[in-house]
Design a protein around this ligand. Structure first.
Ligand SMILES: [Zn+2]
Length: 348
């Protein structure tokens, strides 16, 4: 049976217009247009969030990533996403205005740590955090508008521990959660799947969507471990019942447990949830030899996890996938794992 688009282009050809000939030629001889490139958000401004000597979440993480991406040719071969400031209204999709004002006030007054928890800040942290979130919103625009096939957002500070009223765990604003809400509001996306392979449970993301139902949150994480949440019986409430799935594993877990959970549990859950947009909280502290975790994932394992996510995105969301950096504190490990992840995204 003829594809309707082919039939209509053939009819146009019969009218003899040049435009129709071009269209027919592109459809019959060359097939579908090439998939837009993977896009990369990478900007030195994200080094301006200073955390002081000895802090694991440090600007050097960013320098290591930039060097590795450059050496791998990714900064040249991929398209680029520009940072921008998220507006306070955009951030308020997931955080109260009271909390946003508190963060702004404390940082302006020279605080070295947020009063809400273990999050070190410096003079530029408020602006950098807003631009981490805003850059991810630009990535969502690029993917939703078809300008990028998928995207990786290398940002600091991380976000997945940030709760509606509480920054914690090095996180100020929950950028991936804000981006999911933004995709729904700005682009009319119905359902978003967020998968979190950071070694720590993404408690903030879970809290934000726990009673929601339009965002499915999946997490593999070390347990017992910081922040202490993420039990298997935390599955959502009300409209969100069944839309949170936690897979805690003991220290020493690796490919068998984590890839197994993604391959089986997440893929099955995605088949029933049917997301319109897929997002990854890509923490690389689940890699072997991270100082803040005891999982044993290797760089090839992150490639396999990426492929699972690409498959889900391809099956349900026309390939739309936005990946966001969270943790990862062994500099060389972070750099090599993130490079493997981005290369896999680019080969989709
Ligand atoms: Zn982490």
């Amino acid at each position: 049976m003829d594809d309707p688009a082919d039939s209509s282009s053939r009819r146009d050809v019969m009218k003899g217009t040049v435009a129709a000939l071009v269209m027919a030629d592109s459809q019959s001889s060359f097939g579908a247009p090439p998939r837009p490139k993977t896009a990369l958000l990478l900007d030195p401004l994200y080094m301006q969030h200073e955390t002081g000597p000895g802090h694991p979440e440090r600007p050097e993480r960013y320098a290591a990533l930039t060097e590795a991406f450059t050496q791998a040719g990714l900064t040249k071969s991929l398209s680029h996403i520009s940072p921008r400031f998220a507006t306070e209204d955009e951030v308020a999709a997931c955080h109260s205005h009271v909390y946003i004002e508190k963060v702004k006030r404390e940082i302006a007054s020279g605080a070295r740590e947020l009063s809400t928890g273990d999050t070190t800040v410096s003079a530029k942290s408020f602006d950098v955090a807003l631009q981490a979130t805003g850059g991810i919103l630009n990535a969502v625009d690029a993917v939703m508008d078809g300008k990028a096939g998928n995207a990786f957002c290398a940002v600091r500070p991380p976000g997945h521990h940030a709760r509606p009223e509480q920054g914690m765990g090095f996180c100020i604003f929950n950028s991936i959660a804000i981006a999911a809400r933004y995709a729904q509001k700005k682009h009319g996306v119905g359902k978003v799947l967020i998968a979190d392979w950071d070694v720590h449970h993404g408690n903030g993301t879970q809290d934000i969507f726990y009673e929601d139902g339009s965002v499915f949150f999946f997490s593999t994480h070390q347990s017992p471990w910081y922040p202490g949440t993420g039990r298997t019986d935390e599955t959502g409430q009300g409209k969100g019942k069944g839309c949170t799935m936690n897979c805690p594993f003991p220290a020493g877990s690796g490919r068998a447990e984590i890839f197994g959970a993604f391959r089986k549990k997440l893929a099955l859950a995605a088949d029933s949830f049917k997301p319109d947009l897929v997002m990854i909280s890509a923490g690389f502290d689940s890699r072997l030899n991270d100082p803040l975790g005891q999982f044993t994932l290797s760089d090839p394992d992150f490639v396999e996890l990426t492929k699972v996510m690409l498959e889900i995105a391809g099956k349900h969301a026309s390939g739309r996938l936005v990946s966001v950096l969270e943790g990862g504190y062994n500099l060389s490990g972070l750099a090599s794992a993130a490079t493997a992840h981005v290369k896999a995204l680019a080969q989709a």
